[in-house]
Design a binder for this molecule. Sequence first.
Ligand SMILES: Cc1ncc(COP(=O)(O)O)c(C=O)c1O
Length: 338
Amino acid sequence: MRARVEHGVLGYTEAGPGFFDAVIGWVGRRRHWSIEREWITPCPGIMPSMAHLLRATLEPGDGVIVQSPAFSPIPVIVEQNGLRVVDQSLRLTDNRYHMDVEAFRAAAERPDVRAFVLCSPHNPMGRVWSQDELALVAGIAAANDLLVISDEIHAEVVFPWAQFVSYADVAPDSSRFAILFGPSKGFNLPGLRTAVAVIPHTGLRAAFHRELHQVNEDFGVNVMGAIALEAAYGRGAEWLDALAGYLAGNLEVLQAGVTERLPGVEVITPDASFLVWLDCRALGLPDDELQKRIVDQAGVVIEPGIAFGANGSGFIRLNIGTQRGRVTAAIERMVAAL
Ligand SMILES: Cc1ncc(COP(=O)(O)O)c(C=O)c1O
């Protein structure tokens, strides 16, 4: 990136062979997924591509399955594009969230339901879905001809106790699915607005491209973002693995601190990412009071759980992607405020 800045020309840029090779190499090495170059579409982000895919294939009023608690822009994108969220609440038992497969089947069989947005690993609680869970929903989705959009942006940082499985590994061959991912979360590059959509199904890809063409979004990539993707995917694996180890250490510090010092708060152990979902329901505080004490009084910036849906009430999401000393400091401040 520095060399490019020194070169001085930041004109319109197309994704070159290096970009595609970097993506193909990355998913081949990290996910053991062999993809073809034409399946890959560079895009500025996960959310815009999700919107384009939904617009390209659904009719106004169609239902889209979203599993809550959900990263809030997902239901917003669904609704802002004239579609309806069909909410599937994830079940929390023994510190772990689960899909309700029978409820999913019932929703998928409804004639008005046409798509499923999977978040894998799931934001906010960092759940990595197992091969069995994914195979079950993939079978149901294919049987009901659902479009499946798998948002795999958090798949780069996965802890040693979990094994990430891409939706692509379980989807029946001919099914219509798109895998959206990029280096933005793992390598902290979201401001460079560079991601990819990988779509093996020719018809779905063509519909997606038509949508992109209508808004001139099939024109070029972010020049710095493309360079960053190539560098991250080409040479960043070791750094990323070290990061995952460091984050696992941060998580341990958080878990120990919360257990010892914050009775009534429970860490939902994540399998992936730098985001941690904390169950504060036993404190008995209303969401606005929780927010006031942690953000305003303690000065710890968290996301209130309620922002992820009604079933996020009483929870908070904390980002531990930072220096360990800050995690310790955040615990100290929360102890004082709670
Ligand atoms: C699950 C999930 N999807 C998508 C995004 C946003 O992706 P983008 O900025 O590429 O649209 C985020 C960002 O936090 C996220 O957590």
